[in-house]
Design a protein around this ligand. Structure first.
Ligand SMILES: Cc1cc2nc3c(=O)[nH]c(=O)nc-3n(C[C@H](O)[C@H](O)[C@H](O)COP(=O)(O)O)c2cc1C
Length: 177
């Protein structure tokens, strides 16, 4: 699948996954795509914990009450950043951007390998969930989970949400209103 096809096919999947494990080779390949993402000053600040131990995956999944993709995930990738990111360029830190670039690379790799996922971020920030899951994964002090990606073979067909047309969001040479 070429990159444009993966971009077109990528979608947030919140349905159930099949009871079909994701082989470690595929998980490694997906996370390798994340490792190869660009990062501010090439600081490569995002770290990853790949959860494929069934009991642990289920324990994390059980924390979600309304998202079957999290509840039935076959594996989960946790993307980890510093709680208080140090500045790396003129007082600026880019850890959020670094993490987002890695996540997008992984979303495309997940799609290209025939799996589905959804970017879990907002949900993690509520009710101390990032810290609760961080403890399950043995995160050291000062580290926090910024994004979770539940992965599996989708049991249902979903599609990408409709995007606004090009002319409403993009222009050549000058911003147009
Ligand atoms: C920064 C960010 C945070 C997100 N957080 C969540 C989340 O916590 N839970 C969830 O179900 N989807 C989350 N999403 C997925 C978006 O809801 C989804 O990308 C959007 O609705 C567009 O749908 P699409 O991905 O199918 O194009 C998040 C996406 C981004 C980029």
């Amino acid at each position: 699948m070429d990159v444009f096809e993966a971009i077109a096919k990528r979608h947030s999947y919140r349905g159930p996954f099949r009871e079909q494990p994701v082989p470690r080779d595929d998980l490694r390949r997906i996370v390798q795509a994340g490792l190869q993402a660009p990062s501010g000053r090439n600081m490569q600040t995002t770290a990853f914990v790949i959860v494929d131990e069934r009991e642990l995956v289920r324990k994390i999944g059980a924390l979600h009450t309304s998202n079957p993709a999290v509840q039935t995930a076959q594996a989960i990738i946790a993307c980890i950043v510093d709680q208080q990111p140090a500045p790396v360029y003129e007082g600026h830190s880019f850890q959020v951007e670094d993490c987002a670039a890695a996540v997008e690379n992984m979303l495309l790799a997940i799609t290209a390998r025939g799996y589905a996922t959804v970017w879990i971020d907002g949900w993690l920030r509520l009710e101390n969930r990032a810290a609760t899951i961080g403890e399950m994964l043995g995160l050291p002090a000062g580290k926090v989970i910024r994004v979770l990606l539940p992965i599996g073979v989708p049991a249902e067909a979903w599609t990408q949400k409709e995007k606004k047309p090009f002319a409403q969001r993009a222009w050549f040479n000058r911003y147009a209103t």
